[in-house]
Design a protein around this ligand. Structure first.
Ligand SMILES: Nc1ncnc2c1ncn2[C@@H]1O[C@H](COP(=O)(O)OP(=O)(O)O)[C@@H](O)[C@H]1O
Ligand SMILES: [Mg+2]
Length: 348
C-alpha cells in the first residue's frame, strides 16, 4: 500500500507517548488503543500526526488545510465530553471532504439510539428483546410485555457504563431504584429491557459495500461468583485484574454448529446494512439455549486495540493487526472515492 499522511483524531487525554518504556500498566491500559493504532500506522510506513480534539473544530480544519493529510483516522468517541456528539465531528469531516476511517454519521446515529436501532431491526424480523424507554424524571408504567427479570441501562451511553449485577432486577421496587440510578448518575433516559439468558456473542464486520464478516466470537465468563449473572459489566469489560481472576476470556465461539454460526453471521450483515453502517463495526447478540440470537446493540467504530475482540477475530482469519489497520485506511479512501464519483455524476 502507498504510504499516506494520516491525521489521527483522538481524545487529548489519551494522547499516546512515543514509547511504552517508563509507563505503568495502568497508564498503558488507558491509552492502549491510541498507542496501538498510532504505532502500527508508523510501522506500516505512513506519516502520522496525532491531534487531540475535544471542544474545538478549528484545529481539525487547520491541520487539514496546512498539513494536507490523505486520510483521517478517527479514534474520537466524544466531543464536549458527550458520546452523542461523535457523529457531529464525523459530519464535519464529511463536509470537509476528507476521507476518514470508520462509520459515516447516519450509521452512527442509527446505531447509537438503542431504541431506534431495535425498532428498525424488528421491522426486518430480527429478534430483539422487548423494551421500554423511561425519560429522565419520569417513572415507569411497566407494560404487560415486560416480565421480570429485566435489565436497566442507559439509552445512549456505551462501554458498559452503569452496567453492574444490580442492573438486572426482578421486582418493581428494584426496577424503580435502578431507573432512578440511570437518571441521576448517567443523566440519560433509561432503557428497560427483557433480560435474555444466554451466551454473549460478538460479530465483527469490515466493509462499505462488500462486507467481510469475522468469525462468531464469544465472551466466556469462566469462574464467576456464585449467583452472579453472566453479563458484560463495567468490571468484566474494563478490569484486567478481575478478568484474570475470574477467567473471563474471549475467543472463537466453541460448540457452535456451523449452520448456526452462518445464520448469525448473515443476520449480522443484515443488521449492518439496515443500520447503514460502513467502515467497521461489531454487532452484539445474546444467544439463547434454543439457538435464537437476540440483537443487543451495534457498535460502529468498535474497540480496535490489539488483542481485543475485533482485532483478535480479524487475526483468526489471517488479517494481522498491521493489515487490519491498513484495511481501515483503504476502506476510508474507497468510500471517499465513491462519494466523489457520485458528485461527478450529478454534475455531468
Ligand atoms: N437484554 C439483555 N439481556 C441480557 N444481557 C444484556 C441485555 N442487555 C445488556 N446485557 C448485558 O449488558 C452488557 C452491556 O449492554 P449493552 O447494551 O451492550 O451496553 P453497552 O453499550 O454499555 O455495551 C451486554 O454486553 C450484556 O452482557
Ligand atoms: Mg455493548
Amino acid at each position: 500500500m502507498k504510504h499516506l499522511r494520516v491525521l489521527v483524531l483522538l481524545d487529548p487525554e489519551l494522547m499516546p507517548p512515543p514509547v511504552l518504556k517508563g509507563h505503568s500498566p495502568e497508564d498503558r491500559f488507558t491509552w492502549k488503543t491510541e498507542y496501538d493504532v498510532v504505532s502500527t500506522l508508523k510501522r506500516n510506513g505512513h506519516v502520522v500526526k496525532p491531534l487531540g480534539v475535544q471542544s474545538e473544530l478549528k484545529p481539525i480544519r487547520d491541520e487539514i488545510e496546512s498539513w494536507r493529510p490523505d486520510v483521517v483516522f478517527n479514534l474520537l468517541e466524544k466531543f464536549h465530553g458527550k458520546t452523542m456528539y461523535d457523529q457531529n465531528v464525523v459530519s464535519y469531516l464529511e463536509l470537509l471532504r476528507i476521507p476518514y476511517t470508520g462509520c459515516n454519521p447516519r450509521g452512527l446515529i442509527l446505531a447509537r439510539g438503542k431504541d431506534l436501532s431495535k425498532k428498525l431491526l424488528a421491522y426486518h424480523r430480527i429478534p430483539v428483546p422487548a423494551f421500554q424507554v423511561v425519560p429522565v424524571g419520569r417513572k415507569i408504567r411497566r407494560s404487560a410485555k415486560l416480565k421480570f427479570p429485566l435489565i436497566v441501562k442507559s439509552l445512549s451511553e456505551d462501554a458498559s457504563l452503569g452496567i453492574a449485577q444490580a442492573s438486572v432486577v426482578d421486582n418493581d421496587e428494584k426496577l424503580d431504584e435502578r431507573i432512578k440510578f440511570v437518571h441521576e448518575w448517567i443523566h440519560t433516559p433509561a432503557l428497560v429491557e427483557q433480560f435474555i439468558e444466554g451466551r454473549e456473542i460478538y460479530v465483527g464486520i469490515l466493509g462499505n459495500d462488500r462486507l467481510k464478516v469475522l468469525p462468531v466470537w464469544e465472551l466466556e465468563f469462566g469462574k464467576m461468583p456464585k449467583g452472579a449473572l453472566h453479563i458484560a459489566t463495567e468490571k468484566v469489560k474494563h478490569d484486567p485484574e478481575y478478568q484474570e481472576r475470574r477467567g473471563i476470556m474471549q475467543g472463537p465461539a466453541k460448540n457452535m454448529p456451523p449452520e448456526l454460526a452462518t445464520r448469525i453471521q448473515r443476520m449480522a450483515k443484515r443488521i449492518y446494512r439496515t443500520l447503514q453502517l460502513d467502515g467497521y463495526a461489531r454487532i452484539d447478540f445474546r444467544l439463547t439455549d434454543e439457538g435464537v440470537p437476540y440483537f443487543l446493540e451495534a457498535n460502529p467504530n468498535p474497540e480496535i486495540a490489539r488483542g481485543e475482540e475485533f482485532a483478535e477475530a480479524a487475526l483468526h482469519t489471517g488479517l494481522s493487526y498491521r493489515k487490519l489497520i491498513n484495511r481501515l485506511l483503504l476502506l476510508a479512501i474507497d468510500r471517499a472515492g465513491k462519494a466523489h464519483d457520485d458528485e461527478e455524476d450529478v454534475e455531468a
